[in-house]
Design a protein around this ligand. Sequence first.
Ligand code: SF4
Length: 352
Amino acid sequence: MYDAKFVYTKIPLFAVSEQKEKKKVVALLSGGLDSQLAVRMMQEQGFDVSAVAIKTPFCDFDCGRGCGFEIRERADDLSVNLKTVYLGDEYIEMLKNPKHGIGAGFNPCVDCRTMMFEAAKKHMEEIGAEFIVSGEVLGQRPMSQHAPSLKLIEKESGLEGKIVRPLSARLLPETIPEKEGLIKRENLGMIRGRTRRNQLDMAEKYGIENPPNAGGGCLLTEPVFGIKAKDLFEHVKDPTINDIDLLKIGRHFRLDEETKLVVGRNKDENEMIKAIALPNDILLEAKDHFGPTSILRGKNAKEHTKFASSITLRYSDAPKNQEEIVLIINGDNSKEISVKSVEEEDYNKFRI
Ligand code: SF4
């Protein structure tokens, strides 16, 4: 529910008592609108806000999906220091067996948020901040933003009572900074649910230009990506960042328990496949026709070369009913084989 008690003013960032040092808080900044509003609300209450932005192998801020790719600009607009923390191998390790399960895609939201808050907590302790702020809105996301999850995430990250969610704070239990009088609870929000009407209204009044679209860019919530990620984690004991980079491109085929084929969908993906290839991977391309670069990865890659060649040919401009040459490249070695395109019903069953 929108609360008319919000005091909307252009923030006089320099104006809060210059005699008195401002108390510090750390904000988790995603680049989305809600976290920007949370920062503004804390600045309005006179805090010196530092932001922490978290990158993971599934969101590097540069994918152009709209979540955080402008994050540095957003931080500058908000006049906050920005610390970026990369959760790489430890994030993959968590994803092998998330303690609190996964959502509708392959998204381990409770464990993911816990790791993000742990990173923010570390920064809070380093700079002597009082508490952490996040733009979470009660009931906005099914897995991580209902009241029990918010409480669980606080507990798991060792931050009980120390996370303030300004947008929904008055619908949530009182936090330590509220009890201690550091924050005025009456100026906090009562927003609930998925509608963005209140936030857009606040954005306008806070002078946040071009508020980003809702939804964010977490690949793990996307159903198709989730299926590919699940397949990877089921078949590879220790997936690497390189494996995850490969998940982001191409058409994927599971050829056996230990081997997969990825077929590029366009020129950029073909280049990426070549860049991602490791010494044991096999690259395939139609020799005389425009078409994809494919990559065969896994223990039995060599055994699948012929079938993979016929799939690669299928996605090329080569005529479908005659033998054509496919180049097989393995490191510095290459050879040619002659194959026909495979029939659709013969390869579709391997599609992930
Ligand atoms: S949507 Fe993605 S980034 Fe957000 S909490 Fe869930 S897993 Fe983490």
